[in-house]
Design a protein around this ligand. Structure first.
Ligand code: GRF
Length: 208
């Protein structure tokens, strides 16, 4: 089995990154975490990745000012230098241009802390509470040019309890994020995710 080489893009604490790194230690995992890239030099996840022995890189977007193309060229160069096959966005707080997304067509995943297509964008837990949602959750999807709109690979729900705060709800959601992201990456790396009419079909036949 040739394991797919994966880069994880982060901007912050990197708890989903850590879950992916942990999962990829399994002998039969079809992907290896070859690189962690942050657009923020101070991201706490960088130190976590280094401790885990993973190569890290910083592509600081502030260096490029408003020149998003230049930022993405630098990012792409790092990904190519590390011969990356698949990219996982994990709390990466930059929007990527349509051409960058196109380059990674069906090879780039994102995790979003809500049950898409509900609550796209930021601040999902506060908005779910304000809406009185009784169920909330997390979604792993393929990245397309429209934010939080790509074909859904996996999602899982959690109940919203009376008295929940953003903190208690986000902690409950984070637990399932850490479970579904490694599963979704496994499926993609095994070539078991097929997009038909904008929706993901998961091939249940091939292996486990
Ligand atoms: C997670 O809630 C993820 O769903 C969202 O950003 C947060 C990142 O957290 N996209 P972490 O850096 O993985 O801990």
């Amino acid at each position: 089995m040739t394991r797919k080489r994966v880069a994880i893009l982060i901007s912050g604490r990197g708890s989903n990154m850590a879950a992916l790194i942990e999962a990829a230690k399994e002998a039969d995992y079809p992907a290896e975490i070859a690189l962690v890239v942050s657009n923020r030099p101070e991201a706490a996840g960088l130190a976590r990745a280094e401790t885990a022995g993973i190569a890290t890189a910083v592509v600081d977007h502030t260096v490029y000012g408003k020149d998003r193309e230049a930022f993405e060229r630098a990012l792409q160069a790092v990904l190519e230098a590390h011969r990356i096959d698949l990219v996982c966005l994990a709390g990466f707080m930059r929007l990527l241009s349509p051409s960058m997304v196109e380059r990674w067509h069906e090879r780039m995943l994102n995790i979003h802390p809500a049950l898409l297509p509900a609550f796209k964008g930021l601040d999902t837990h506060r908005r779910a509470l304000a809406a009185g949602a009784k169920t909330h959750g997390a979604t792993v999807h393929l990245v397309v040019a429209d934010m939080d709109s790509g074909p859904i690979v996996l999602q899982e729900s959690v109940p919203v309890h009376e008295g929940d705060t953003v903190e208690t709800l986000s902690a409950r959601v984070l637990e399932i994020e850490h479970r579904i992201y490694p599963r979704a990456l496994r499926l993609l790396a095994q070539g078991r995710v097929r997009v038909v009419d904008g929706r993901c079909l998961i091939d249940c036949q091939a292996g486990g």
